[in-house]
Design a protein around this ligand. Sequence first.
Ligand code: UDP
Length: 325
Amino acid sequence: MSDPYSNMKLVDENGVRLDGRRLDELRPIRIEAGVLNRADGSCYLEWGNNKVLVGVYGPREVHPKHMQNPLRGIVQARYNMASFSVSERKRPGPDRRAVEISKITSEALEAVVLVDQFPRTTVDVYIEVLEASAGTRCAGLTAASVALADAGIPMKDMVVAIASGKIGDHLALDIGRAEDNFGQADVPFGVIPRTGEIVLLQMDGHLTKEEFETVIEMNMRAAMQVYELQKAALVRRYSAFAGLAPGEESEPAAPAAAPVATGPMAAAPVAELGHPEGFKEPLAPPPVDAKVEAVLVEGEAAPEVEGEEVEEPNGDDEASSGGGY
Ligand code: UDP
């Protein structure tokens, strides 16, 4: 398919994109877990110029009751773009696009939440896009996974999502705003890293079978980098409280020195990417609030999750509505 926007040069002769990235380079990503006091779990994520805030409540009883499933719980995600998130003021309230994104996000998250452990309940996930710059559904899903883990919701893993595609006749990782508008194809993709199961897959535009397979491979590799950031955000969130007596307060974990530096994708073969370094047990909400920051600095190993102290979920918290199970 020829590019209808041939005047818009999305990739130069040196393979450099409009925002200075190489074709296999992610936008800078920053993830913080536990940023809201009132929600059971929360996450703030910046991905390039996207800014996304997620709050999670539950598991709590489903209302209206006819939506209750006696055999399992449900996950209800609501994706919302703030009116000020785009340059043209967005009309408040849900539109068809938001309904669609909420649906696919709910379905992707239900694949990792252990819903059979809390029948008749719902886990509510509120995704607020504060600034949008392409890839917001993936940013929202990625942040929602961290917020669910932060809430202590039993999960088999998190979901990592990313959208790659084709721009100026080149396959490119992590499609940006102009690339989304003027590119040839966009493939939003969500994966469960521990199993390799794909839980979100959409495509806008046209790719050959070979191009599609390459894009999936690019997404898969990059997702593993983002997975490390998700885990690092949670490790920092919880290690901030390690060794403290109940009620004892400490300074939040020190943020890493540099903001974010992402390099080219690690050249790990896809077969090595389903690394089960995730959460085998539910995490409990920490006793006090703190802001933590996860950054990926090129060449720096992400902290390990294994060996983290795991507590039972605390249903006594005023903000928690976990009494439904
Ligand atoms: N967008 C916008 N107004 C809208 C919807 C989308 O300006 O009402 C922009 C926004 O920057 C968004 C981008 O278009 O990130 C791409 O939207 P798309 O529907 O492809 O979803 P996304 O890539 O954000 O998941």
